[in-house]
Design a binder for this molecule. Structure first.
Ligand SMILES: Nc1ncnc2c1ncn2[C@@H]1O[C@H](COP(=O)(O)OP(=O)(O)OP(=O)(O)O)[C@@H](O)[C@H]1O
Length: 265
C-alpha cells in the first residue's frame, strides 16, 4: 500500500517497526506531529521511546514502515542528513565534553552549519571569519535565551545536572532546528530545575517556532506543557491524544501510571 504524508505534519510515521534480533522494540507505530506542537512520548522503561527516536533520526532505521519529515520520505536516511534537515536532538544520557567550557560545548552544536573548505581555511580572514562571527552570534543569542551568561566560561563538568541539561539544550538550539527531539531533558532534576526547563521548552516553541517531540517520565511536566501525547508499552502504541484523555486511558493506567511504576511521578 502506498502511504502519503499529511500536508500539515512536520513528522509522520506510518507502521514503523524496529527489531533487534528477535526483540521487537517498536511495532506498528503511527504518529503525526503538527507544526508548532509540543508532543509528548511516554511509557515504561524499555517500551521503545528511544528506539522510535533513533528510527526517526536515522541511527537505527526501521525494518518496516515509512517516516516523513515535512512531507519528505526520510526512512533510512543517514543521521547527518536528517540533522541537515533542521532536526536537532538531545540524548538521554548527558553527552557533554568535560574539560571544555560551556561556550565551547555549545559551539559544537553549530557543526551542521560548518562548510569546511581549503580556500576558506587558507583565506580565513576574508572567507572564514564572517562564518565564525555568525556561529558566535547565534551561540551568544542562545546563551542569553537560556540564561547561561553567568556560566558561559565555566568548565562544563563543574555545573549542576540542571545546568548541564540546559547546556545540552543550548547545543541543540544553536543548530537552529525547526524540529527538536528531547530525550528526558528533566531526568535527575529537582522541582525548580524542572520548572525552568519546562519554561524554556515552551519558549522555544512560542518564541522560536520550534516543533518539539518530548520524551519525559515526569507526568506533571508532560501533562502541563504537551499539546498531545502518545503512550507506548512493549513497543506498541496504547494511547494517543490530549494529555487528559491519555492519562485517563485504562490501558495507560495499567501499563504506566498504576501503583509500582517507578517513573510515573
Ligand atoms: N541497540 C540495541 N540493541 C538491542 N536491544 C536494544 C537496543 N536498543 C534498545 N534495545 C531494546 O529495545 C527495547 C526498547 O528500548 P528503548 O531504549 O527504546 O526503551 P525506552 O522506552 O526508551 O526506555 P527508557 O525509558 O528506559 O529509556 C528494550 O527492550 C531495549 O533493551
Amino acid at each position: 500500500m502506498t502511504v502519503s504524508p499529511t500536508p500539515s505534519a512536520v513528522l509522520q510515521c506510518n507502521g514503523v517497526e524496529r527489531r533487534f534480533g528477535g526483540l521487537v522494540a517498536v511495532t506498528d507505530v503511527d504518529l503525526r506531529i503538527d507544526r508548532g506542537e509540543i508532543f509528548g512520548l511516554v511509557g515504561p522503561n524499555g517500551s521503545g521511546k528511544t528506539t522510535l527516536v533513533n528510527a526517526i533520526t536515522g541511527f537505527y532505521p526501521p525494518q518496516k514502515g515509512r517516516i516523513f519529515l515535512d512531507g519528505e520520505d526520510i526512512t533510512g536516511m543517514k543521521p547527518h542528513l536528517v540533522a541537515r534537515r533542521q532536526v536537532a536532538r538531545t540524548f538521554q544520557n548527558l553527552a557533554l565534553f568535560n574539560g571544555m567550557s560551556v561556550l565551547d560545548n555549545i559551539l559544537l552544536g553549530r557543526h551542521v552549519h560548518l562548510q569546511p573548505s581549503i580556500s576558506k581555511t587558507v583565506l580565513y580572514w576574508w572567507l572564514g571569519q564572517p562564518q565564525e562571527i555568525e556561529h558566535r552570534r547565534v551561540c551568544e543569542e542562545i546563551i542569553e535565551f537560556l540564561q547561561l551568561q553567568g556560566v558561559r566560561d565555566e568548565p562544563v563538568e563543574s555545573l549542576s545536572i540542571g545546568l548541564k541539561k540546559r547546556v545540552e539544550l543550548a547545543r541543540a538550539l544553536v543548530a537552529e532546528p525547526t524540529f527538536l527531539i528531547l530525550d528526558e531533558p528533566m531526568a535527575g532534576m529537582n522541582q525548580e530545575e524542572k520548572e525552568y526547563m519546562a519554561r524554556f521548552v515552551l519558549d522555544a516553541r512560542d518564541e522560536r517556532g520550534i516543533t518539539v517531540l518530548l520524551i519525559e517520565h515526569h507526568m506533571d511536566v508532560v501533562t502541563g506543557i504537551c499539546d498531545r501525547i502518545m503512550a507506548l508499552n512493549y513497543g506498541e502504541v496504547i494511547g494517543t491524544g490530549l494529555p487528559r484523555d491519555v492519562v485517563a486511558n485504562p490501558r495507560v493506567i495499567e501499563a504506566y501510571l498504576g501503583k509500582g511504576h517507578q517513573h510515573a511521578a
